[in-house]
Design a protein around this ligand. Structure first.
Ligand code: ZN
Ligand code: ZN
Length: 87
């Protein structure tokens, strides 16, 4: 069985988002993606909560619903955009 390949940031190996100019995890400009094999890690825990990110520099906002939200860089301008509220 073939494992699916996942597009990731070439710098930090976190999820690569099509259309983003900068990596949301490390702030590096997204050029060519890297590929890693998809792993099927099962994580049990509380349901993911929704968080809002707002870039202080350009005002770009997006929402995440992740168990662990380590996105903190604006995909639009590369500015710092940590999650608001919640924890
Ligand atoms: Zn990255
Ligand atoms: Zn921005």
């Amino acid at each position: 069985m073939e494992l699916p390949m996942r597009k990731v940031c070439a710098n930090c190996k976190n999820a690569y988002r099509e259309g983003d100019k900068y990596c949301r995890y490390c702030g590096a400009p997204l050029g060519k993606p890297d590929f890693i094999e998809e792993d099927f890690a099962c994580i049990y825990g509380p349901p993911p909560m929704e968080r809002t990110h707002k870039c202080a520099k350009c005002g770009f906002t997006w929402k995440t619903s992740l168990m662990i939200d380590d996105e903190k860089w604006c995909p639009n301008c590369g500015g710092e955009a940590p999650a608001e509220g919640g924890r």
